[in-house]
Write a protein that binds this ligand. Structure first.
Ligand SMILES: *Cc1c(COP(=O)(O)O)cnc(C)c1O
Length: 481
């Protein structure tokens, strides 16, 4: 590191910047401490975090744009891919790439599948309804029609017979999850992959959240490349490998399957662009951090961390069974737990009540025949506080029962249920945001502290209306300050 540390840059000094950054963070959910049960993953290992941050800093300015210019990054990428290949039972000849996250891994799996079939004019993919929304993003970006197949109403697992029946001459990809994000269960990968293989179609297993967990658990049903017909898999390092944000891996059974993921352009006067992923300039920081943390924690460490998170998940599931108003939607296959209420209270009020007690749990809205639920992602760092979590949950249930389930005024429920979002002009839209409790009298965005009333309105809205309302919120949030 060089540079004139003594020369003032002209802006705020270091102390002031740090103080302002801390102030900016005041309203963020805590990323450490195990009390945020979505978005963040905490190993509870301070040393692992410190090593990851050091690596992040060392490689923050390096650029994965050109693997020959920064061979260190290629080495670390290939090393992590090899590690993942071992966890995912990848056969000889497998290949993989590091991406920025699960969404990018899934986008590229869909892109590679689509472009491998240029003979199909209007490509489609077969998804269980529980497949991650990133597949819908891929559908939207790449013009691949999603064919949604209902999951089993009791087990919440994909229905392999229905999925097989949904494969047709336009299918370029069939998807299974290991496990699904929303309900935490593993789809029947062997049957799904066999059905895909029989039709000569690719099969992606989305192990973004489970790929670094399931290998360290005993007695898991088959879900990896060991299953014939599985052609690609994704696993996020920034989830249960407990690495800083910004790294996922996408693996293909062989190099030929990856060929259509790669991109080159010599059609301009600059350097020939040559990319294996969506990003071109790509910080080496997250990759180096992942490499450092994975090697620091190691197989033994991951086995311990997974054991702790899994035991916490089962302990919490048992405790929930003792709370009459709550139940677990489906027995968890990994470290994700999904809760539903008996109607004496609602999940949105419960989430608000938990937040006032210092716990973030994630509400999930009604979808088709699936009820609104609470999603809990359990990290190793949450394990020691399960009893505390259960106390907060009991108190939250009592408070939510006292308040009673949120009631959406009938007029508002009717309005959102029948709305055609395409027909709304800007002022009608502002009125709707106001009615939904998301904007003030002037139509300016105003998010309440307690979200239950808003969430209940959104829950009453069909998916396209919910999407339109939230896009309006995002649009208004993302304005220069
Ligand atoms: C988190 C997740 C994704 C998306 O990953 P991001 O890193 O948030 O882009 C995809 N699939 C599953 C099953 C996930 O849990």
């Amino acid at each position: 590191m060089s540079g004139d540390v003594g020369t003032p840059a002209g802006g705020w000094g270091r102390a002031e910047i740090l103080q302002r950054l801390q102030a900016l963070r005041a309203h963020d959910l805590p990323a450490h401490g195990g009390r945020t049960l979505a978005y963040v993953y905490d190993s509870g290992l301070a040393q692992a975090d410190a090593i990851g941050l050091e690596a992040l800093q060392l490689f923050a300015a390096s650029n994965g744009l050109d693997p020959t210019a920064f061979p260190s990054l290629l080495r670390m990428e290939n090393d992590l891919v090899a590690w993942a290949g071992r966890l995912l039972d990848a056969p000889d000849g497998f290949v993989g790439s590091a991406t920025s996250g699960g969404t990018e891994s899934l986008l590229l799996a869909v892109l590679a599948a689509r472009d491998a079939r240029p003979d199909i004019a209007r490509p489609s993919m077969v998804l269980p309804t529980t497949a991650h929304a990133a597949f819908h993003k891929a559908a939207h970006y790449f013009g691949v029609r999603p064919v949604l197949v209902d999951v089993d109403p009791v087990t919440y697992r994909a229905d392999p017979a229905a999925m097989a029946a949904a494969i047709d001459d336009t299918t370029v990809l069939v998807v299974a999850s290991a496990p699904s994000y929303a309900h935490g269960v593993i789809d029947p990968v062997p049957q799904i992959a066999a059905a895909a293989a029989e039709r000569g179609v690719r099969c992606h297993v989305d192990a973004c959240i489970g790929g670094w967990v399931l290998p360290y658990l005993d007695h898991v049903e088959p879900w990896t490349f060991a299953v014939p017909g599985v052609t690609s898999m994704s696993v996020d390092l920034h989830k249960y490998a407990y690495t800083p944000k910004g790294v996922s891996l996408l693996l293909h059974r062989d190099a030929a399957l990856r060929r259509t993921q790669l991109f080159a352009s010599a059609s301009w006067p600059g350097y020939t662009m040559l990319n294996s992923t969506v990003q071109s300039t790509k910080s080496g920081g997250p990759l180096a951090a992942a490499w450092a943390v994975v090697h620091h924690i190691g197989d033994e460490g991951y086995r311990r961390l997974v054991g702790a998170a899994r035991r916490a998940t089962l302990e919490l599931a048992d405790a929930v069974a003792q709370i009459p108003a709550l139940s677990v939607v489906v027995p968890p296959d990994a470290t994700l737990l999904t809760l539903v209420t008996d109607g004496s209270c609602d999940v949105f009020t419960l989430a608000d009540e938990m937040l006032t007690r210092g716990w973030f749990v994630q509400p999930q809205m009604t979808f088709r025949d699936m009820p609104a639920t609470l999603h809990l992602t359990l990290s190793a760092a949450t394990a020691p506080s399960v009893p505390e979590f259960v106390d907060a949950l009991r108190a939250s249930v009592a408070a939510a029962q006292d308040a009673g389930p949120v009631r959406v005024p009938a007029q508002l429920a009717d309005a959102v249920a029948t709305l055609d979002p395409a027909s709304l002009d800007e002022s009608a839209f502002a009125g709707l945001l106001r009615m939904a409790g998301l904007a003030d009298e002037d139509g300016d965005l105003a998010l309440p502290d307690r979200m239950a009333a808003v969430n209940a309105v959104l829950d009453a809205a069909p998916a396209p209306v919910r999407e339109a309302l939230l896009l309006g919120v995002l649009d208004r949030l993302s304005r220069p300050s």
